[in-house]
Design a protein around this ligand. Structure first.
Ligand SMILES: Cc1cc2nc3c(=O)[nH]c(=O)nc-3n(C[C@H](O)[C@H](O)[C@H](O)COP(=O)(O)OP(=O)(O)OC[C@H]3O[C@@H](n4cnc5c(N)ncnc54)[C@H](O)[C@@H]3O)c2cc1C
Length: 280
């Protein structure tokens, strides 16, 4: 891709067509899309953990994680309808146009993770920002030690990416543990909060990096359990979500002290998050 195209994708939304919409869970839909520009469609380089700004024409723009992996997968965004722009997106149909700006942000530090055990701990839609990294790690399985997913949701109806989870369960060398908060008819899997899976999975602590994404109450319980077992703060990684406007470090909307989440983040170690004096 030449520099002009790259600059255009960063400063101006480029048009893309919605090709498929999947109802994921209540209020969350996955939108598959393709760029109108064949050059961008061929090459839109991303790193796991980055995000884009998505425009819904006539409604506005919002920040959204990239769930697809750098190597494979159709491009898609998984979005919860929470307000003005995301609900306008939910009103779109296959064939409608959206705009995409990006990709932005630092992404997960895969260069530093070679040879390490990777533990993914997600609650609810916290699986969205981790999906790309999980697929990436599985495609490079030989580069890592144990790869474990611990995933929890309030109920079975709130589990994201169920077809993916079923497929991952069958993969050699990928340990998948899924729990829902309370027993329910027809569910024969684990029950209880996601942090209880840390013990069930006998999660290693030496040479381990944990990716943790989910609501604050879940994040705090998981961090508490991992720390109690001896995992250091700089071996825990998460992503911060702050209201964003420009995505390129100009408008300061997402500033937390000295850091701009759009350019320095959204990926931070827990050690950095503590220094910022921030909460998830
Ligand atoms: C890096 C990043 C990645 C994200 N990835 C995803 C994703 O993959 N899928 C997804 O569904 N959402 C994601 N979000 C959140 C998404 O950007 C917001 O839900 C969206 O901006 C809401 O826009 P709206 O116009 O629909 O809601 P609004 O009408 O603007 O707001 C609705 C409500 O949500 C609150 N709100 C809006 N944005 C945020 C925010 N960023 N943090 C906390 N509260 C907020 C508002 O204060 C208000 O109460 C991400 C955010 C960031 C910063």
């Amino acid at each position: 891709m030449d520099m002009t195209r790259n600059a255009a994708a960063v400063s101006l939304p480029v048009p893309a067509e919605i090709t498929q919409i999947r109802e994921e869970i209540e209020d969350v839909k996955t939108f598959y899309f393709r760029f109108e520009d064949p050059e961008l469609e061929r090459s839109f380089p991303i790193r796991s953990g980055q995000f884009v700004m998505c425009t819904v024409f006539g409604a506005g723009e919002f920040a959204v994680s990239l769930p697809w992996s750098p190597e494979q997968d159709r491009r898609h965004l998984s979005v919860r309808s929470v307000g003005k722009v995301t609900s306008a997106l939910h009103g779109l149909r296959v064939g409608d146009k959206i705009g995409i700006r990006g990709p932005f942000g630092n992404g997960f530090p895969f260069a530093e993770l070679s040879g390490r055990n990777l533990i993914y701990v997600a609650g609810g839609i916290g699986l969205i920002p981790l999906r790309s990294s999980i697929v990436h790690a599985l495609l490079h399985r030989e580069d890592f030690g144990r790869i474990i997913l611990l995933y929890g949701a309030k109920s079975s109806r709130e589990l994201m990416y169920r077809p993916n989870i079923e497929e991952w369960r069958k993969r050699d060398g990928f340990e998948t543990y899924v729990t829902i908060d309370r027993p329910e008819p027809g569910w024969d899997g684990e029950t209880g909060f996601v942090h209880t899976l840390i013990e069930k999975a006998n999660v290693p602590i030496e040479n381990t990096t944990a990716f943790v994404c989910g609501p604050p109450v879940m994040f705090n319980a998981v961090i508490g359990e991992l720390s109690r077992r001896g995992l250091k703060d700089d071996c825990i990684i998460s992503t911060l979500e702050r209201h964003m406007k420009c995505g390129i470090g100009k408008c300061q909307h997402c500033a937390i002290g000295r850091t701009l989440v759009c350019t320095d983040g959204p990926v931070y170690t827990y050690k950095q998050i503590k220094t910022l004096g921030e909460t998830i």
